[in-house]
Design a protein around this ligand. Structure first.
Ligand code: ADP
Ligand code: MG
Length: 314
């Protein structure tokens, strides 16, 4: 039997948290909406799902901070916690869609680690995460995380700042490659992965966060995916985004989008890493990368919506 092409679909933070609603039932509803097109693409594609965890890991930190009788987890263990709970959410929502039309595919959550270079942490961009602490709360937050840095945001309060290092390798990539297809839909790279680094010959969790798009692109390359799709809350990548003459990029070549990326058209920390993940994926032999709206997965996969980036050489 001819092997079907593999597609990696990255779900943005808003896929699960619409209108800021973080309760479990609302997230389940949002997940169901974001995943509704998956059964329709399964006949043609082997699918891997990845997802962000920004709001959820923030909530997890608050829960740990608020607990008086149990010791809070380090950030990397909170990331692992969210991979499990969000994975379960996606499995539940997706299974329901599959069962409705009698498909036997099984979504499977893979707890995923992203290898980083410990030495790169100090040089990595800092990312604010979690909620805003008042001055009083800051004292206890500092006690819980003595090594952490906090920054004051005017009118809002203090926020935890953590490095966002480059993921070098997705440690469970081979496992994902082995289970994808065969009626299995892996859910991997949650929140970009649990950051780990080698310390004295041992893989050790790091107080850091990984960009989910960079990690997902890396996974897509490692498993030899044909197509990488990043779904978000906007139609695609725009040029002149901040001005009135903003233009949606529809069909672009790798060379063209690389030029726009180098011109600084895509904001750091949001559209920037998405575009960069697409560029890297295509440079390493991927055929097509897409940035599209969450509600338009089917048309995005069909090439009819979003920013479609082609590698004409692959
Ligand atoms: P996700 O949670 O899906 O990763 P992000 O907030 O990180 O979402 O990225 C999507 C956001 O990127 C959009 O909501 C938009 O405000 C912002 N953005 C910045 N620059 C651009 C651009 N040039 N084109 C489109 N969106 C952009
Ligand atoms: Mg993002």
């Amino acid at each position: 039997m001819q092997k079907r092409p593999t597609i990696v679909i990255a779900l943005g933070g808003n896929a699960l948290v619409r209108d800021g609603r973080l309760d479990f039932a609302s997230q389940l509803k949002s997940a169901s909406r974001a995943l509704k097109d998956i059964p329709q693409i399964l006949p043609k594609w082997d699918v891997v799902i990845t997802h962000g965890n920004g709001p959820q890991v923030g909530a997890s930190l608050i829960r740990h901070h608020a607990a008086k009788t149990v010791t809070p987890y380090p950030l990397y263990a909170c990331v692992a916690e969210t991979q499990g709970s969000i994975g379960y959410l996606i499995e539940t929502a997706l299974e329901e869609h599959l069962q409705k039309i009698g498909l036997k595919h099984r979504p499977v959550t893979v707890i995923t680690r992203a290898l980083v270079d410990k030495g790169s942490l100090a040089k990595s961009p800092l990312k604010p995460i979690g909620h805003y602490y008042s001055k009083e709360e800051l004292q206890s937050a500092r006690k819980l995380r003595p090594a952490a840095e906090f920054r004051f945001f005017k009118g809002k309060g203090y926020r935890l700042l953590v490095p966002s290092p480059e993921p070098k390798e997705i440690l469970e990539a081979t496992l994902v490659r082995n289970i994808v297809g065969n009626n299995c839909i892996p859910i991997a790279c949650g929140g970009g992965g649990i950051p780990v680094a080698e310390v004295r010959g041992r893989l050790t969790g790091m107080e850091a966060v990984i960009d989910k798009d960079l990690a997902s692109g890396l996974l897509a390359t490692a498993i030899g995916a044909d197509t990488f799709v990043s779904l978000t809350d906007i139609e695609g990548a725009y040029i002149n985004y901040e001005s009135k003459k903003r233009t949606l990029l529809r069909n672009v070549s790798l060379e063209e989008i690389r030029r726009y990326y180098e011109m600084g058209e895509f904001a750091e920390g949001s559209m920037g890493p998405k575009v960069l993940a697409c560029i890297r994926f295509l440079e390493k032999g991927g055929k097509r990368a897409v940035i599209a709206h969450l509600d338009k997965l089917k048309s995005a996969v069909a090439g009819k919506s979003g920013t479609q980036i082609a590698n004409y050489l692959a």
